[in-house]
Write a protein that binds this ligand. Structure first.
Ligand SMILES: Nc1nc2c(ncn2[C@@H]2O[C@H](COP(=O)(O)OP(=O)(O)OP(=O)(O)O)[C@@H](O)[C@H]2O)c(=O)[nH]1
Ligand SMILES: [Mg+2]
Length: 644
């Protein structure tokens, strides 16, 4: 099976990176007139190399210290490094700086080319090899092959190819079925086709005709359609991780497209201005990184000015790791675990870098132990621990299950199973909202909202000791909650399922609430129930008890409701209550009659119950509502369920 990987060059200026790529592939990556004139690489160039089953996209980067930002744009998303040191010049400043950058970018594999071998004798070559070995100690290139090469004589080119090939065999890449991401490193117009962007595909795949989010680097995103795809000059239907891609976008004005923007699967990325990160300073840069230092952040192909805030330290000494937040002047699209590099504000030195822990963070208080502990958990090897912590940070408004791919590094196809585990362990709660939306909240957050609702209802019950239930909408709107009300309703529904509340879609009450009647109110209630038991199917309306109620006249309606809640009365309509026995008697009589004849008119039922039309109509409607009867033209018939 063939495999695609991206290889990037690295090394000091003039050490022969571009010449080596040409010797390997025949392609001259220096395509700009200025590059040709000056004999140096200014911006990244591209070539490709087929080594048996391995297809390598090559990104050739400049070595000049002034073009480190271009080197960074090229190095993002590479799988392996072709690290170049000239035999006649040995280790130089950008040899070190590029090595540090590749380490910060989390590179794991590389091969070292000792270029210009034709210019030195055996002894010099051996000395330079020793210097290289010394430099690489403790890095991913510690035991990398060192292959002496010459772009002029062709020496070592075949050996280098086989070293790259055996390196490819060792590269383990993430799984294929991740979401698509491409950081744009170039944009141009092709006559007759329109805007084309290029980049290294760092995850997932995309097919012609697909829609993608185009993140424009200013916080706005637009949905764009892939009109055509190209991989190293060949038109293709699909591009995937490990390939260089040129994407022809439909209806996108090329002036608006630039390096630093990103294309991704719909809904995957979310631009953010605050990142929480783990951060280290490189030993090459002798000074520590201090709290509130202004920096340039390089992430993906973007470069953005920012300020560093150290959460658990005042300075980062070289080699030490701390937790920090990065406040960016322009939003970036990042995901959990994504590497970044920090350079000083005047773009002269690489200072350090690290990995993103929160791509869309809120400002955290420094030295705040609880947040720091939870941020630390975001660096756990266990994706479940990360998912729990990321959901906690999503706060009272929660997050979508799919957000955990971006915020906790879950694989898209593992998300559902991970959430099931965490909800099973009662660490997270999944709430179902209208429109089959799902929101995830940390169990601690739900517990706080639960408490808010229960306390609120306690207050309402205390204020209205006779009111058996409260209207949900108006009650919940009194809660001090800034998110969407649908979430509160979902939490309330859950409390009803958990039997901490009683109620339905409209009204609710605490399950432990018992209306508190005074002695007089209790007497009045007994009197009402007794009266209604005797009144049969022509009961007096609640207002008719006003005289007897005296000072309790205002509470009459509530007293009726209490009697209903206690199962003594049944509410037929606003003004019409029946004693429970009377209601049962009605059901019995109606079933008996309709057992004998197929249907009955309102008038027949009126006569059956010995009442008047005024009562008969609401009583019939009530019987329909509770499912005893249903209408069939002018007649009432028994419902199917009960007729059998
Ligand atoms: N003798 C000799 N000269 C070489 C070799 N490789 C490159 N050169 C020369 O070294 C100079 C720089 O080579 P490039 O390939 O442009 O170096 P580079 O590393 O790409 O330089 P930047 O991209 O600007 O950092 C050119 O004049 C090359 O002809 C080699 O193997 N032997
Ligand atoms: Mg070059």
């Amino acid at each position: 099976m063939s495999r695609d990987l991206i290889l990037g060059t690295a090394g000091h200026i003039d050490h022969g990176k571009t010449s080596l790529v040409k010797a390997l592939t025949g392609v001259d990556c220096d395509r700009l007139p200025e590059e040709k004139a000056r004999g140096i690489t200014i911006d990244i160039g591209f070539a490709n190399l087929n080594l048996g089953e391995y297809h390598l996209g090559i990104v050739d980067v400049p070595g000049h210290e002034r073009f480190i930002k271009n080197m960074l744009a090229g190095a993002t998303g590479i799988d392996l490094a072709l690290f170049v040191v000239a035999a006649d010049d040995s280790v130089m400043p950008q040899t070190r700086e590029h090595l540090e950058i590749l380490k910060l970018l989390g590179l794991r594999h590389g091969v070292i080319a000792l270029t210009k071998a034709d210019l030195v004798d055996e002894v010099t070559r051996e000395v330079v090899e020793l210097e290289i070995r010394e430099l690489m100690k403790g890095s991913f290139l510690e035991s990398a092959a060192i292959v002496p090469t010459s772009a002029h004589t062709g020496q070592g080119i075949e050996e280098l190819k086989s070293a790259i090939r055996s390196l490819c065999e060792r590269v383990i890449t993430r799984e294929q079925n991740e979401w698509f991401r491409l950081a744009i490193d170039r944009a141009f117009v092709v006559q007759g086709h329109g805007t084309v962007v290029t980049g290294s595909v760092t995850s997932g795949m995309v097919t012609v005709g697909d829609e993608l989010d185009w993140h424009q680097g200013d916080g706005t995103s637009e949905i764009v359609r892939v009109r055509g795809l190209n991989n190293h000059g060949a038109s293709v239907e699909v591009v995937h991780r490990g390939q260089r891609a040129a994407i022809n976008l439909a209806g996108v004005p090329h002036e608006q497209v630039r390096r630093g923007q990103e294309l991704s699967t719909l809904g995957y990325l979310e631009p953010g201005r605050t990142l929480t990160v783990r951060l280290t300073a490189i030993s090459e840069f002798q000074r520590p990184i201090k709290h509130r230092l202004p920096v340039r952040v390089h992430i993906g192909t973007a470069e953005v000015m920012a300020t560093v805030s150290l959460l658990d330290a005042d300075r980062v000494e070289p080699g030490q790791w701390v937790l920090a937040q990065v406040f960016l002047e322009e939003p970036v699209t990042a995901v959990w675990g994504q590497p970044f590099v920090l350079r000083d504000s005047s773009a002269e030195h690489t200072l350090g870098g690290g990995q993103v822990l929160q791509p869309n963070a809120i400002k955290l208080r420094r030295r705040h132990l609880d947040s720091i502990v939870r941020v630390e958990r975001l660096w756990s090897d266990d994706p479940l621990v990360r998912a729990e912590s990321a959901t906690w940070f999503a706060g009272f408004t929660g997050c979508r299950p799919a957000d955990l791919v971006r915020t906790a590094g879950l694989a898209p196809h593992d998300t559902a199973a991970s959430i099931e585990r965490l909800t099973g362990e009662a660490k997270l709660v999944e709430l179902k909202l209208p429109g089959s939306r799902k929101l995830l909240l940390h169990a601690d957050r739900v517990a706080e909202i639960d408490e808010g609702i229960l306390e609120l209802l306690q207050t309402l019950h205390d204020e209205n000791p006779l009111m058996t239930t409260h209207e949900r909408g108006s009650a919940l709107s009194r809660l001090d909650y800034l998110g969407e009300e649908a979430l509160l309703h979902a939490v309330a529904d859950r409390l009803i399922r958990l039997k901490k509340l009683v109620g339905d879609a409209k009204r609710f009450a605490r399950a432990d609430f018992k209306p508190k009647l005074s002695a007089n109110q209790r007497k009045l209630k007994d009197k009402i129930v007794e009266t209604l038991q005797k009144a049969g199917f022509q009961p007096p309306e609640p207002a008719s008890f006003a005289n007897q109620a005296g000072g309790n006249a205002g509470a009459l309606k509530d007293i009726f409701e209490v009697a209903c809640a206690e199962g003594l009365l049944v509410c037929v309509s606003n003004e019409l209550y029946l004693a429970m026995e009377v209601e049962n008697d009605m059901r019995r009589r109606v079933r008996e009659l309709l057992g004998k004849q197929a249907g009955a008119t309102v008038a027949e039922l009126r006569d059956l119950l010995g009442t008047t039309r005024k009562y008969a109509i609401p009583l019939c409607e009530y019987l329909d509502r509770v499912g005893v009867t249903k209408r069939a033209g002018d007649l009432r018939v028994l419902t199917q369920a009960l007729s059998g």
